[in-house]
Design a protein around this ligand. Structure first.
Ligand SMILES: Nc1ncnc2c1ncn2[C@@H]1O[C@H](COP(=O)(O)OP(=O)(O)OP(=O)(O)O)[C@@H](O)[C@H]1O
Ligand SMILES: [Mg+2]
Length: 88
């Protein structure tokens, strides 16, 4: 595994910021990186890949976030080959 220079900056941002947005080009290791932050079970990993989760998030984003076990990582990756959905 290559070391990610952004890891420390991400952890620093998470230490004092309620929500941190990680964005990057396709296939650059975003999902792998955020999953490592969930490995010790200190954060839950939520993916919007499923139609049900995506529908809930779009229908009522505030309630969706309120209902998450926090702290949480929300992965909004579009499926391979599809453009981003405009979610943040
Ligand atoms: N730190 C790393 N060192 C080496 N390979 C890595 C590393 N992180 C990710 N990879 C590899 O790079 C590929 C893409 O990783 P990943 O799916 O995490 O990227 P992504 O940015 O989430 O992609 P997508 O934009 O398609 O969602 C995978 O094959 C993964 O195993
Ligand atoms: Mg990804």
């Amino acid at each position: 595994m290559n070391r990610r220079n952004i890891t420390q900056r991400l952890l620093e941002a998470l230490a004092d910021t309620p929500a941190v947005f990680l964005r990057g080009a396709r296939q650059t290791g975003k999902t792998t990186l955020v999953k490592t932050l969930c490995q010790d079970d200190r954060r839950s990993y939520i993916t919007l890949d499923s139609a049900t989760a995506l529908a809930a998030a779009l229908d009522d984003p505030t309630e969706f976030v309120r209902g998450l076990p926090k702290p949480a990582v929300i992965s909004a990756d579009p499926p391979a080959g599809q453009p981003p959905r405009g979610l943040v």
